[in-house]
Design a protein around this ligand. Structure first.
Ligand code: ATP
Ligand code: MG
Length: 404
């Protein structure tokens, strides 16, 4: 077994592994962190795999804080210095009946068996300082070549758990790896099985896919997969890659809807179907329904869009307009100045209140109407946001109202 000098374990991870070793068990880091190390990156999370049973892990760390996160599946979490480490017993997944969950899981003493249930060769590598790298499926070679390859028969693996299909393409989007030919063929032929996977799990992977550096390439190559859960955007024309690269997740998502000609209602329906949180749904709805409706090159247009959808959605609108326009940049400068100078765009930003208006004789609905006309006069630069001129204007409106 080759030692890998690249892998330098943090103190706490080293402690976990050596404590298990000294009690006669084997423990390795596995999956994501090993892959990240081999790619030359420092992992954020360390998953540990061991031949100790969950109860044995609890005994070994009797003096530490343990959370029984998924004890039925063999996982306990150990908390050290405020960080949580998942320690999972070697596991074999039972039969999958619904492309979702294994019917049962059982524990094993063979690390190779645990590695063989994992999705891709690059995720099926284990490492500990004593035994070095364990890599029965040659994941290291695939990492070096930049290839994503299913462990075992890809059709079988995607039929067992269709989420792996989406995981495969999201890794490709993040890492820029290509997908091995048979794995790719199985991704395409089994994509329909994604309809059995829960919306929540799909959405997590889809978000990671779209956040990836290579999102557009992957999107374009796997439209048939995306069609299964997000038909609204699957045929979208490709956005300008340079502009797209600068966008965050929400902007990227909305831009695909915009370019597809799907509106706020389609977006909303899609987000409900994927069970996203309300925030992104509402924000996106507001943004998509305002694209192209305001003249964001003028102060009064900026005030109006801010008034209509709020700052966060207005920023999205500007980004989207920038993406689809032929010119390079949206009028950000004007927008930022508007915000920076605290130029009013809400009734609450005015230097008069409803109370001030009722004191000069305004009543009921009239109060709201006058506040709103004051606001738009201020937005349009016809009126200064100072108490005196605002009240003078309000008095004029009031006397006009009386004469009608
Ligand atoms: P990330 O850096 O995004 O967390 P990861 O590879 O660590 O990537 P996780 O979802 O944290 O992904 O899963 C940890 C490990 O568990 C994976 O590396 C893989 O070995 C295994 N795994 C996760 N999901 C599946 C799955 N659906 N089928 C098979 N193995 C899986
Ligand atoms: Mg992980």
């Amino acid at each position: 077994v080759k030692k890998t000098p690249l892998i330098d374990l943090p103190k706490d991870v080293d402690f976990i592994i050596s404590r298990l070793n000294s009690e006669g068990y084997r423990a390795d880091i596995v999956g994501g962190p090993v892959r990240d190390f081999l790619l030359g990156n420092i992992p954020d999370d360390y998953d540990i795999t061991t031949n100790a049973l969950p109860t044995e892990v609890e005994e070994v760390f009797f003096d530490k804080r343990i959370v029984e996160t998924g004890i039925k599946h063999g996982t306990v979490s150990l908390i050290l210095n405020g960080k949580s480490y998942e320690i999972t017993t070697y596991r074999i997944d039972g039969e999958y009946k619904d492309s979702r969950h294994p019917e049962s899981v059982s524990f094993t003493k063979e690390i190779e068996e645990d590695l063989s249930r994992r999705d891709f060769t690059m995720n099926a590598i284990a490492y500990n300082p004593r035994d070095g790298i364990t890599d029965p499926f040659f994941g290291r070679e695939d990492i070096e070549k930049g290839i994503i390859r299913a462990v075992g028969d890809p059709e079988k693996r995607f039929t067992e758990d269709a989420l792996r299909i989406l995981r495969g393409i999201r890794f490709s989007s993040r890492l820029g790896f290509s997908i091995e030919k048979e794995t790719r063929a199985a991704i395409l032929s089994k994509a329909y099985l994604l309809s059995n996977v829960s919306s929540e799990r799909i959405y997590v992977e889809w978000k990671k896919l779209l956040e990836g550096k290579h999102a557009l390439t992957v999107f374009d190559s796997y439209r048939d997969v995306i069609k299964v859960f997000l038909p609204e955007v699957a045929d979208s024309p490709l956005p300008d890659p340079e502009k797209f690269e600068r966008l965050g997740y929400t902007e990227r998502l909305l831009s695909l809807f915009l370019l597809s000609g799907a509106g706020a209602e389609d977006f909303s329906a899609a987000m409900r179907r994927l069970r996203t949180d309300n925030k992104i749904r509402e924000l996106g709805e507001r943004a998509l329904s305002s694209v192209g409706k305001f003249d964001t090159k003028t102060n009064s247009g900026i005030g109006r869009i801010l008034n209509s959808v709020g700052e966060e959605a207005a920023r999205l609108v500007l980004s989207l307009e920038e993406l689809v326009s032929s010119s390079c940049s949206a009028p950000w400068e004007l927008f930022e100045k508007y915000i920076e100078n605290c130029h009013p765009y809400r009734v609450n930003d005015l230097s008069v209140s409803g109370k001030d208006l009722s004191e000069i004789g305004a009543k009921g609905r009239e109060i709201g109407d006058i506040l709103s006309s004051l606001l738009f006069a201020v937005i349009d630069g016809e009126l200064e946001n100072k108490k005196e001129p605002l009240l003078a204007y309000a008095r004029k409106v009031l006397s006009r109202n009386k004469n009608i």
